[in-house]
Design a protein around this ligand. Sequence first.
Ligand SMILES: Nc1ncnc2c1ncn2[C@@H]1O[C@H](COP(=O)(O)OP(=O)(O)OP(=O)(O)O)[C@@H](O)[C@H]1O
Length: 252
Amino acid sequence: MTLLQTEQLTKQFGGLTAVDEVDMEIEQGEGVSLIGPNGAGKSTLINLVTRRLEPSYGDVSFKGESIVGMDPHEVVQQGMSKSFQTASVFPELSVKENATIAALAAEHGSFRVNFFRHRNSYPAVEELTNDVLRSVGLYGERETQADSLDYGNKRRLELGIALAAEPDMLLMDEPTAGMSPDETQSTVELIKRVKDELDLTFLLVEHDMEIVFDISDRIVVLNRGSVISTGTPEEVQNDPAVQEAYLGGVEE
Ligand SMILES: Nc1ncnc2c1ncn2[C@@H]1O[C@H](COP(=O)(O)OP(=O)(O)OP(=O)(O)O)[C@@H](O)[C@H]1O
């Protein structure tokens, strides 16, 4: 099943076409990375998909329905979450309280938790929260105040908060930015494990090619707003158009 589809999706800023008639499809269960040189249009494309930007023209559909016209929070309710946004963490609350709030806020999909309608479903919320904290390796830290987590664990909590909403699709913009090599490695392992465990569909923007090749089922390459290649990591790596546009100069 196609979860996300863009058709002729275009964003112009004045005379600059940042995203240029992009046709992209992401299937349920796929892990897709979006790569491309600086200024290729990756962030703009993500912002169009999450409805933080209005397209100049073209369409975005999620689960077969156009989401152009929806507010960003409505898109989240449809099952699309974006992780690695520190803004989603309440620093003065505990790890568990943060995850619980995220679980309570989720109002989509088969698992509908609405605190005000189903107060007696609190045990279900607690079970979900505990599962998520175990998945991201924070169960042992559940009583810790979010503020006092180290950097790597803060990022794990951000991922946990996104997962507690039980998203059908997770968007991640440079999840390992600012991390040490060890933290990067454990975050990559975490994303891979969570994807397998939860059959998660993701769209990742990442500059680190080692991570991209390790983590992706499929890669979409943008250059100057256009998709110049799409395929498995191997296909993309061997595509001369990509080598020229993106990996240019690394021939040995
Ligand atoms: N709000 C804006 N107003 C005007 N131009 C913009 C705006 N946002 C992005 N651009 C331009 O659109 C182009 C694409 O930018 P975008 O940030 O999407 O690229 P990117 O691939 O995410 O780059 P990076 O890898 O450096 O983050 C760039 O030329 C950028 O300067």
